[in-house]
Design a protein around this ligand. Structure first.
Ligand code: ADP
Ligand code: MG
Length: 176
């Protein structure tokens, strides 16, 4: 489902298991290029880490992908390098400076940031935001894809094609 709000283009999808969220993330991983940033937002337990697992394994990461909540940053070597960052425990925006985000994004790596919406002023002009929202059932999640900046807006059509594999049901679409 597509919509244009004041926040720009939003593409919604719905998953009904962690496996589906991993599969959607894997499909998105197929369209990323080195230097890309994916920002994940959503409450604790929404599935951000599950998303990273599907995303990372599709990029060739073979080891387990765990939440970097206590270390802030995990670096994995797959088909490309994958930076997995979680800024949940950041108290101050200047802690982001220590991460060297600009350098990470300038490299050949793909970067994914859990709770990235909380450091919005530190984000670059281009990123894909994936907002995960709890649904009615325990395992229901709505994922809203929001391409930000020309680099991602150019991929809007393919983002829509990916999301179409996990459609929002007509009832839920009506409620949007
Ligand atoms: P977060 O990183 O957002 O705090 P996690 O990925 O660590 O969340 O945890 C999500 C939890 O929700 C996992 O236990 C996962 O199995 C469960 N889950 C159930 N349904 C889904 C779904 N549709 N998508 C993602 N996770 C789901
Ligand atoms: Mg997490």
């Amino acid at each position: 489902m597509h919509g244009v709000s004041s926040n720009g283009l939003m593409i919604s999808a719905r998953t009904t298991s962690a496996e589906e969220t991993r599969a959607l993330a894997a499909a998105l991983a197929d369209i990323v290029v080195p230097g890309d940033l994916v920002v994940l937002s959503g409450d604790l337990g929404a599935g951000k880490t599950a998303f990273c697992q599907g995303f990372g394994s599709a990029l060739g990461v073979t080891g387990p992908i765990t939440s970097p909540t206590f270390t802030l940053h995990h670096r994995y070597r797959g088909r490309v390098e994958v930076n997995h960052i979680d800024v949940y425990r950041f108290d101050q925006l200047d802690e982001v400076v220590d991460l060297g985000l600009a350098e990470l994004l300038d490299s050949d790596a793909v970067t994914v940031i859990e709770w990235g919406d909380t450091i919005r002023p530190a984000l670059p002009a281009d990123y894909l935001e994936v907002s995960l929202q709890l649904g009615e059932g325990d395992d229901d999640r709505t994922l809203v894809l929001r391409p930000v900046g020309a680099r991602w807006l150019a991929r809007s059509r393919v983002l829509g094609e990916v999301a179409a594999h996990w459609p929002v049901t007509p009832t839920e679409a009506g409620a949007c």
